[in-house]
Design a protein around this ligand. Structure first.
Ligand code: TYM
Length: 327
């Protein structure tokens, strides 16, 4: 069976962009692939975190993985820091990555812009991500559009390693959806919806109350034309709402456009809010019924299964690079 790997950072609140762009795909893939889904807490440390909050958010994300429908009997759910082979391989890959390559990463440029203290971890973040993926002989990586550049670098590193040391890594392919891979902010629709945005009205979190969801959708920025037309360049706010409607109802953008043609933005907003509330209520009900001991058990078992795969890869890589084994 072909392998799928993806990860989400346990930072901020998980929003519908994370869900539609990545996490919802995980659920669909679990029946046809051998899947690992990771809570990438070491990546979270690349910017300052409050220790208690980080621990709380890691458990919350594990709960959300289960609540959206991932089945731990079918997939491996685990925490990155529970498998030390991740940072170990990241180091080995850092020694094969060029300074210029990391400097060209747009996520690094965006996250470091205007900041005085930027950690080295933020710079080498893509190597840790490459390690996550390459440790498991991953064929496919379901992610949002913003991770495309990191995936390209991962492929380059894998190919470089294979050329230098012989066939070792599977070269992974990104899986990026046509619709929903870049959900935009509700308040500034020319920017992507982002966990780190301080404006709560810019995003809908998976654990938001129905009243909050409705308020956020009704306040979403559109335009004054009052014509329903999918046109991301000239009508980014409205087009984002059509994308959301299309993604949540599994109908095409064209059908969503046709459905609301000739009606006011208010009608689209109201129906969209209802659709989101309905879907998120299901997730929230599942989430409320989860037991902490159960989540901990899933993570423990996940770490054991992930480790057993990761150990084989790291030994192979160290051997190829000329590191001396314990005799
Ligand atoms: P993170 O935690 O920022 O986001 C988790 C996933 O959500 C996607 N995403 C979006 N999709 C659509 N619209 C948006 N507005 C939006 N915002 C975020 C992201 O593309 C991502 O798929 N570097 C990764 C985590 C990671 C990883 C990995 C992913 C670490 N190691 C290995 C895949 C494989 C990140 O920061 O995701």
């Amino acid at each position: 069976m072909q392998r799928v790997f993806s990860g989400v950072q346990p930072t901020g609140d998980i929003h519908i962009g994370n869900y539609l762009g990545a996490m919802r795909q995980f659920v669909k893939l679990q029946n046809d692939y051998s899947c690992l889904f990771c809570i990438v807490d070491l990546h979270a440390l690349t910017v300052p975190q409050d220790p208690e909050t980080l621990r709380k958010k890691s458990i919350e994300l594990a709960g959300l993985y289960l609540a959206i429908g991932l089945d731990p009997k079918k997939v491996i759910i685990f925490v990155q820091s529970h498998v030390p082979e991740h940072p170990e391989l990241a180091w080995l890959l850092q020694c094969m990555t060029y300074f210029g390559e990391l400097g060209r990463m747009t996520q690094f440029k965006d996250k470091s812009k205007g900041k005085e203290a930027v950690s080295v971890g933020l710079f080498t973040y893509p190597d840790l991500m490459a390690a996550d993926i390459l440790l498991y002989d991953t064929n496919f990586v379901p992610v949002g559009n913003d991770q495309k550049q990191h995936l390209e670098l991962t492929r380059d590193i894998a190919i470089r390693f294979n050329n230098r040391f012989g066939e070792t890594f599977v070269v992974p392919e990104p899986m990026i959806l046509k619709t929903g891979s870049r959900i935009m902010s509700l308040t500034e629709p020319d920017k992507k919806m982002s966990k780190s945005s301080e404006n709560q009205y810019s995003k809908i979190n998976l654990l938001d109350e129905p009243s909050q969801i409705k308020k956020k959708i009704m306040r979403a920025v559109t335009d004054s034309e009052n014509v329903i037309r999918y046109d991301p360049e000239n009508k980014p706010g409205l087009s984002n709402l059509l994308t959301l409607y299309s993604s949540f109802t599994d109908i095409s953008i064209e059908d969503a456009e046709a459905r609301f043609k000739g009606q006011g933005y208010g009608t689209l907003k109201k129906e969209l809010a209802d659709v989101i509330v309905e879907r998120l209520s299901e997730i929230q009900n599942n989430y409320k019924n989860l037991d902490l001991n159960y989540i901990n058990e899933v993570l423990k078992e996940g770490a054991e299964k992930a480790s057993s795969i990761a150990k084989v890869t790291i030994e192979k890589v160290k051997d190829k690079m000329g590191l001396l084994p314990i005799k």
